[in-house]
Design a binder for this molecule. Sequence first.
Ligand SMILES: [Zn+2]
Length: 460
Amino acid sequence: MTTEDLSPEKRMAPGTSSGINSLIAAANKHDRFHLLEDQNVLPANLDNPIHPIFWWFDCDGPLQQMLRLASHFLTHDTVLTFFVPLLYGRELTTNDGKAQMTYLSDPMASASRAKRDDLIDGVRQALHCLAHSIEFRFMVPEKRVYARTLTNSSSRVHASNCSSVFQRRLTARIEIADRFLHFYKSEEGYAASSRCAQFRHDFLLASTLVHEIVHAVGVMRRGNLIEPRIRAEHPDTEWGYAWEHFMFGCIINPQDRTRPGTHLLMRKVWADTKVAEEAGGKEYSDVSMSYIAQWFRNETWDIIASRGPRAIRLPIVHFKIQSSHKHGAWIVSANSINIRRDILALHQQWRQQSRKLGANGLPVSNCSRILLRPQTARALQKSNVPTPSRMYRRPRIASTKTRKLKTTQVVTANTKVTVQEADTPANASRKRLVESMTESTTVHKKVKREKGIRSIELHT
Ligand SMILES: [Zn+2]
């Protein structure tokens, strides 16, 4: 174990500077990993039609490129497969003696080629139907919410030739944080921004819209906002995350929301929080602009159309940051020695600020420790928690006991669920929350160093 203890005294650092954002900024100093700008990324060349779901938006203005991307997410057979269990799956319940779990069957798994084509056609028709049963609205959000989906009872919205999978008297409303729109409209905003800044903003809004549409599909199908797991092996029931995981193999969010537009993006593995904590803390990795930019190219979508979203490689990890309760520290993993230098500089800065505050008798908040973990480029690509499969697999039955206990319940959502207004209050909603680590920065002073972590330990 290599450990550098640079400051024997344990001091508290000011909370404002101890956050994740300054760590990310130090790790990406001078934008060394091209998380903000990359002169080599090609301009967008999307020229696909905009999906009717999005006709409420101004399709000819600055949102056009974003809407083309959002439409791609809802167009190709290989991406529509995601929606098949949501619309045609049966609810199954397992009970392995610990906890009961409801998930969906995947009709694609055992279907013939012809049947698969029918299912995909059904999805395509259903998504078109959403064009007249979802409304969008830009709103001042509740705190930390990007967007949310609510239900409305309504008079009949569908025609006789409409898809039959949805509840007949229910519509959905998707509310989107108005800061997205402000950036498109502001003079110093989207139009004045670099290609890369536009890509980030378009990418985040397009993926947020489809994330919410996935919830809306569920609401319209089942008539309520209680989502079963899509697959038994999924870490939770969040359908929006399930879609992001299907599409990207990770959850991608910006960290710094204090700036207009969309600042640099970070990603995490879709995993159970407790599992991640036990594995040393949730890992946040960088997402470079080359990864984001490729989504705006026809070539990328040609690949997805023929081979599906798994053919697009995950972003290459240059550094990872964990807020580890177990170690009571931020853990920065990287294989660049330049990062080490800049993290040390940040640490010095925290210490000085802390001293200044202390000397002036001002309260000094949580102490921030940093563990710097050198890792090879290869090791960095590995997640500390298992990632759910992006392909459908039949749920594994762990033991004979499990098999005996397993009950299979089974009603298609369509026949079983009936909706009454009282069951779906208008304020019920599924929300896409802003991901941020800044609120989990509680750091403990006493730490046992564990085997296996080669690290430089910094105290402030
Ligand atoms: Zn319809």
